[in-house]
Design a protein around this ligand. Structure first.
Ligand SMILES: Cc1cc2nc3c(=O)[nH]c(=O)nc-3n(C[C@H](O)[C@H](O)[C@H](O)COP(=O)(O)O)c2cc1C
Length: 312
């Protein structure tokens, strides 16, 4: 218990200490600053920025989002201001908040990922990097980095060398045959944590016209529809690697958080739920606090130990 009588919900992801295990997910929380008036950033474990690339990206044509049964499709096209504008314009504002900022990084070649990290290394106020490896490797025919253990090893290894100052997480693609193989490749190449997982390629057509309901033919599926599928991936990865796993996919309620923790995650991220309630991450952190008090857990290790017992 903390001095205020509340249960200590802090967790460690390697050397990084989070005040609680609830983070807001990349691409669903802007650069954090846009959400500062909608929730108390100081009450969540932290947040992951929109994906950052070497140059600004305009993104895909509208519409970029559409609802699907129990989920949402998005085709944002990785729109972002570019890493230099993030450092110059967003980081100075974020310094006013006592929350962990994790920079989500992507590129179209392994070198580009490292280049983005090198620029971020000189910026203050970041807690860690998260590599979005669900990106096409343009130099190798557009195959996703995250679908091939050799490419995962290459991109994580190079990023590891560039990220001298901060922890490095790899965010895995769910679209793989054996996620354990990919997870091991990322761990061996030096990742400090694994985020599981990104969205699932999917499509939705207008039955009257046959046209895509997005500006692109396909998009990424997120929300409650994917939760059971991603939960299984988290479980696979957590029993395969020693590094911490951060689970995400369809989390809306405290029970969903507990489900991911029971499957082996150390922390979780909240994505699509922030579109429904921008303060979803804060509400979940508070809900987890109430639940921990109700069940008399003394801290997160206690909670996890009891959950895993129930799980087995
Ligand atoms: C609109 C939108 C944009 C996203 N952009 C990114 C991104 O830039 N980088 C990334 O790694 N993941 C991105 N994601 C994936 C989410 O971070 C998350 O992995 C996924 O939505 C599953 O979690 P959820 O079901 O809680 O939304 C995006 C998701 C959505 C819905």
């Amino acid at each position: 218990m903390t001095s205020a009588g509340a249960v200590d919900l802090s967790v460690n992801i390697g050397a990084l200490r989070l005040r609680n295990p609830i983070l807001a997910a990349s691409g669903t929380f802007g650069y954090g600053v846009e959400f500062a008036h909608l929730l108390d950033l100081n009450k969540i474990g932290g947040f992951v920025t929109k994906g950052l690339s070497l140059e600004p990206i305009q993104g895909s044509p509208a519409p970029r989002l559409c609802e699907t049964p129990s989920g949402m499709l998005n085709a944002v096209g990785l729109q972002n201001v570019g890493v230099r504008a993030f450092v110059a314009e967003k980081i100075p504002v974020l310094r006013d908040f006592d929350t962990l900022v994790i920079a989500n990084v992507f590129g179209y070649s392994a070198d580009e990922y490292s280049e983005v990290i090198r620029i971020l290394e000189d910026a203050p106020g970041l807690a860690a990097y998260e590599l979005n490896i669900s990106c096409p490797n343009v130099k190798q025919g557009g195959i996703q980095f995250g679908s091939d253990p050799v490419m995962v090893s290459q991109v994580v290894g190079l990023a590891r060398k560039a990220a001298a100052k901060r922890p490095l997480w790899a965010k895995l693609s769910p679209l793989v045959t054996d996620i354990g193989l990919i997870a091991r490749a990322a761990e061996e190449a030096g990742a400090d944590g694994l985020t599981v997982a990104n969205t699932y390629p999917a499509m939705s057509l207008d039955a009257a016209t046959g046209q895509s309901r997005l500006g692109c033919p396909t998009g990424g599926l997120s929300g409650p529809a994917i939760r059971p599928i991603t939960l299984r991936l988290v479980w696979e990865v957590a029993k395969t690697v020693r590094i911490p796993v951060i689970g995400l996919g369809g989390i809306e309620k405290v029970d969903d958080v507990l489900e991911y923790l029971a499957a082996g995650a150390t922390a979780v991220q909240v994505g699509t739920a922030s579109f429904v309630s921008p303060d979803a991450a804060e509400l979940l952190a508070r809900g987890l606090q109430y639940r921990a008090e109700e069940y008399n857990y003394s801290n997160m290790s206690d909670l996890k130990a009891k959950l895993v017992l129930k799980f087995n």
